[in-house]
Design a protein around this ligand. Structure first.
Ligand SMILES: [Zn+2]
Length: 233
């Protein structure tokens, strides 16, 4: 039995694990923007880099860094829609003052609204910000899902979309209900009525800052770009 377990004999395994992680990841070389924790390193899990405290993944830290650096959540009274909310990001969004924040999920019992992304129970133009990360690739009908996101976005609003895009695929491939996005995701979003700007935010960042926040692109041919989608001018 390890020392921490002996010291904590009788308490739950998860607490033991948390105490052990506190020791294992102690330091200040890296920083998680989602929980603002500092650690010696991130936790390596299946090629991912997880925050030892809040569990944030690379793409979630990248999203939060972008949203805060660009002050996209700074205006008061924002109506924000968050699909399949990631706890590390949701926690921060719930703390925003003066914002109207709605989460949508199909399997998540804690979501504010239970719905599929391709059938959103909201009026046209209901949201100023839409966050949709790693949702479209699993949507039953992603063309309809993109059209729904476009429909519920306000005329001056901004949707930030993330999806696993394989840079070696020119076109999206669908096999047996599984979807692998290719570089045509940008065109497909445009065909859904969005004005689209693709931002390779991790690549644009200062390399030291990217390393420090654990957001460097990690996944072989998989890109982790931000698709900024707005209504046409
Ligand atoms: Zn964290």
């Amino acid at each position: 039995m390890r020392l921490t377990e002996r010291l904590l004999g009788g308490v739950s395994g998860s607490l033991v694990e948390r105490v052990r992680d506190r020791v294992r990841f102690a330091g200040s070389d890296v920083r998680c923007p989602c929980c603002e924790g500092r650690f010696g390193r991130f936790k390596r899990v299946d090629g991912e880099l997880e925050c030892p405290r809040c569990g944030s993944l690379k793409r979630q830290r990248l999203l939060w860094l972008f949203l805060t650096a660009e002050r996209l959540l700074a205006a008061r009274g924002l109506r924000i829609l968050h699909l399949a909310p990631e706890p590390a990001v949701e926690r921060r969004l719930r703390m925003l003052e003066g914002a109207e924040y709605v989460t949508v999920g199909i399997a998540n019992p804690l979501a504010d609204v239970r719905a599929e992304v391709d059938s959103l129970p909201f009026e046209d133009g209901s949201f100023d910000r839409i966050l949709c990360s790693y949702v479209l690739e699993g949507a039953p009908d992603d063309t309809r899902a993109m059209a729904e996101l476009r429909r519920v976005l306000s005329p001056d609003g901004l949707a930030v979309i993330q999806a696993p895009v394989n840079a070696e695929l020119e076109r999206t491939v669908e096999v047996g209900g599984l979807r692998a996005y290719g570089l045509d995701l940008e065109d497909r979003l445009r065909d859904s009525g969005f004005r689209v700007r693709v931002v390779p935010y991790a690549d644009e960042m200062d390399e030291v800052a990217a390393e420090r926040h654990g957001v460097l692109s990690p996944y072989g041919p998989l890109r982790n770009d931000l698709y900024l989608c707005q209504a046409p001018r």
